[in-house]
Write a protein that binds this ligand. Structure first.
Ligand code: SF4
Ligand code: SF4
Length: 367
């Protein structure tokens, strides 16, 4: 049976450091010695201050890095952000300041190697540094996700797909949420981190995972050797059926988790966590999917007052479904695959997923 550890925590380094050390020791599967090359993969989505809850808090990452350094290992902190310069993310996110004086390398994922992640995907390009490290510590942020419900330990490793290959994979998975979940699980399996920690001290609820979400103080760190078990348990903590998270279902189908988890520590169910509204993305025979998508599924929409026409969303959109002129952006909802990447990466929090009128009626009838 997998073990998951919950610890009440806050962003006070004197409190945090011993908790993280104890959590890694308790998991018992992370072995580091002199010269071991350890890669830490936080969530560094875009330039954002820690109080927005968009990125993993630097102090959680610092504690894990110090653990490795104290054992004689070498630490690299890496990610492939969706938007913005890596250096700016480190500065705005408080990483530069938090890591002052520590012998830690920060390195953006840039180079890919091909790896076979199994059917139906086959060989895909993934970050070389993540695959070639001696050990990986996966440190995710607890956030809602308009498309995938939540982004936790498993989804965090989608950042090991370098740069614009990410939207390409969104497009290849299309509107099929189950297929995308299977992709995420397969990527996670290829990286195979020895330890996963989820930073839920300040999590995010509502329309995450970008700046449109609402920071929510939860006050816990969760961790264990299996990200699948960690994700299953966090769903339970948030009052959700673990099967409601597509990556949990995909991992169960692939035999990677049985949902049978031993929980220890400060675990308390939260009953009022605000999830994003989820639709059945498509149903019925395939020929009608396009029509259903057009009329029923939540669609991205812009708040014109907040949009600064910065161009990040239309540059990133995998389906090239965002149109723009000098005054506003608009959407081609026939092309849009409802991946909500635009919502995730908008630096102004100007985009939201909104229900269509017929979609709202049908959801109420079905749910
Ligand atoms: S919606 Fe956001 S990302 Fe898109 S142009 Fe406006 S501010 Fe930029
Ligand atoms: S418009 Fe937004 S939700 Fe639609 S495909 Fe483009 S990025 Fe995805």
């Amino acid at each position: 049976m997998e073990k998951v550890f919950f610890r009440k925590a806050e962003y006070d380094y004197n409190v945090l450091k011993p908790l993280v050390f104890e959590m890694i020791d308790s998991a018992g599967t992370f072995s580091v010695g002199k010269g071991t090359r350890v890669l830490i993969k936080p969530n560094l989505l875009l330039p954002a201050k820690p109080e927005t809850a968009v990125i993993t808090h630097p102090l959680v990452v610092k504690a894990a890095a110090e653990y490795v350094l104290e054992k004689g290992g070498r630490v690299t902190v890496s990610d492939s952000p969706a938007v913005g310069l890596f250096g700016k993310i480190l500065k705005d996110g408080g990483y530069r300041k938090a890591f002052e004086g520590l012998d830690v390398e920060f390195k953006e994922f840039k180079t890919s190697v091909e790896v076979n992640i199994g059917e139906p995907f086959g060989f895909i390009d993934m970050a070389k540094d993540a695959l070639e490290a001696d050990a990986v510590i996966n440190i995710a942020k607890l956030k809602t996700h308009a498309q995938m419900l939540l982004t936790l330990g498993v989804k965090n490793l989608f950042g090991c797909i370098v740069g614009l290959k990410k939207p390409e994979w969104h497009l290849r998975s299309g509107i099929d949420r189950e297929m995308f979940a299977r992709l995420l699980v397969s990527i996670h399996r290829a990286v195979s981190p020895q330890m996963t920690i989820v930073d839920g001290i300040l999590g995010m609820e509502g329309q995450g995972p970008g700046k449109g979400g609402i920071p929510r103080k939860i006050g816990v760190l969760a961790g264990g050797s299996s990200a699948f078990a960690v994700d299953v348990t966090i769903c339970k903590m948030l009052g959700a059926d673990p099967d409601s998270l597509p990556t949990n279902r995909a991992a169960k189908e692939l035999g990677l988790t049985s949902y049978d988890v031993e929980i220890t520590g400060d675990y308390k169910v939260i009953n009022d966590f605000l999830f994003p509204v989820q639709d059945p993305v498509t149903f019925g025979p395939k020929p009608v999917h396009r029509i259903l998508r057009r009329h029923l599924v939540q669609r991205p929409a812009a708040d014109k007052k907040l949009c600064k026409l910065c161009g990040e969303c239309w540059k990133y959109c995998p389906a090239k479904a965002i149109l723009h002129d000098k005054e506003k952006i608009s959407f081609d909802y026939d092309k849009c695959i409802r991946c909500y990447c635009c919502i995730e990466i908008c630096p102004e929090g100007a985009l939201k997923a909104v229900e269509t009128f017929p979609g709202k009626i049908i959801r109420r009838l079905l749910l």
